[in-house]
Design a protein around this ligand. Structure first.
Ligand code: SF4
Length: 319
């Protein structure tokens, strides 16, 4: 049943039940920072794509319930083929991952012979399988710097690719034309307006935001990087956050004495990823009860995709 209204006590009770059921199933719940706050509370581990990939590998559980989107669950399965990886809702896709297909990558690659293909983790297993190395927003700059070649094809996120290109000017980086609609919708004008009301606030932006927004930011980093970014400003009380609104749940928990304001100037309603919000407590309960939805990856894609992911995981975070 979806959409029922419950109080905090009832939510807490349900989270307790879910966690108890997960223990009896020898399951770990991994939750992305963009998940609904109550789903983050149910998680054994909350983090960004890189953190969740590493955690999936470290986990001693036989079952991983991946509270995130499809490409993340697929990556967890590729890295842990012996484990059962469950995604509680098959509607949890990703517009950015869907912007590139194996066919479009092959066609694009043909135009740039001799270039190294760097693919953001927000992509399908088939696309990863055709790539030389993956990256996340937490290590994209370090990944590009680590490569011996200086001609790069960066796919699929245009904003992240352009930001990396500015950090690594010594390499020629050709960028694919995909975007995350959740971040790409934000404009500098909205951030400026929020800043007017909080002139001393520190602006922290995700590199999937457009260049005009990044130009206003004091810090540009991945979602987990944002938690450390707050620590770098012990004197600041207020932070304007340019990424999906649910990350603010983690920031508030970690820094109860500070204020965090969504950069869109409202309640984060524009900085909203509908795919991430397909995972609800109801969906997780069902997933654990009925063993759904079991994520599988064609071995022909899984082997080369794993190689690209493992190369990425060998590169440290940007900072
Ligand atoms: S926030 Fe953007 S990149 Fe992340 S899952 Fe949603 S649509 Fe995809």
């Amino acid at each position: 049943m979806h959409g029922r209204v419950t109080g905090p006590r009832e939510t807490e009770r349900r989270i307790g039940e879910i966690r108890a059921r997960a223990r009896t199933r020898n399951a770990d719940l991994l939750a992305h920072n963009y998940q609904l706050p109550e789903v983050q509370e149910a998680g054994d581990f909350v983090g960004d794509s890189l953190g969740l990939s590493l955690e999936a590998q470290k986990s001693g559980a036989g079952v991983i319930v991946f509270c995130g989107v499809h490409f993340m669950a697929e990556s967890a399965k590729i890295l842990n083929p012996e484990k059962t990886v469950l995604l509680p809702s098959l509607s949890a896709g990703c517009a950015l991952a869907d912007s590139i297909t194996p066919e479009s990558l092959l066609k694009w690659r043909e135009r740039y012979p001799g270039h190294t293909v760097v693919t953001y983790i927000n992509s399908s297993a088939e696309v990863k399988a055709l790539s030389d190395i993956c990256c996340t927003s937490a290590n994209a700059v370090s990944v590009v710097r680590s490569l011996p070649g200086d001609r790069i094809l960066f796919t699929p996120d245009r904003n992240l690719g352009r930001w990396v290109a500015r950090q690594v000017p010594e390499k020629e980086i050709v960028v694919y034309d995909g975007v995350c609609p959740t971040h790409d919708v934000l404009r500098d004008a909205s951030v400026d307006r929020v800043k007017l009301g909080h002139p001393d606030a520190i602006v922290i932006a995700h590199p999937e935001c457009r260049e005009d927004v990044l130009a206003l930011a004091d810090e540009v980093c991945s979602t987990s990087g944002m938690l450390s970014a707050v620590e770098r400003h012990p004197e600041a009380r207020t932070f304007i956050i340019a990424t999906e609104w649910a990350l603010i749940h983690q920031l508030k928990k970690r820094f109860p004495g500070r204020d965090f304001i969504p950069a869109d100037g409202c309640i984060g309603c524009r900085l909203h990823c509908p795919y991430m919000k397909m995972i609800t407590l109801d969906a997780i309960e069902r997933s654990l009860r009925e063993n759904v939805f079991d994520i599988t990856v064609d071995p022909e894609d899984a082997v080369p995709a794993r190689r690209a992911l493992e190369r990425m995981m060998a590169v440290p975070r940007d900072r």
